[in-house]
Design a protein around this ligand. Structure first.
Ligand SMILES: [Zn+2]
Length: 68
């Protein structure tokens, strides 16, 4: 299933990311949290990872583990 929406922040075309279970804008990092409520913890970690923020090794491992 493929769907695209318009990012409310930067008007970039955002496609549904099954990996995150939500819409994720790669341009401004906006994400639709409403569609992935149950995965917020994992999302937060992955979001941090994607944003290039400093993460502890444990956090990165956690993000990867929860991904599978
Ligand atoms: Zn955007």
């Amino acid at each position: 299933m493929k769907a695209t929406i318009l990012c409310p922040e930067c008007r970039n075309l955002v496609s549904y990311n099954s990996h995150f279970g939500a819409y994720f804008c790669t341009q401004c990092k906006w994400e639709d949290k409403s569609s992935g409520r149950q995965r917020t913890e994992r999302q937060a970690l992955l979001h941090k990872f994607r944003a290039g923020e400093k993460m502890t090794r444990k956090e990165i491992e956690e993000a990867i583990t929860k991904c599978t």
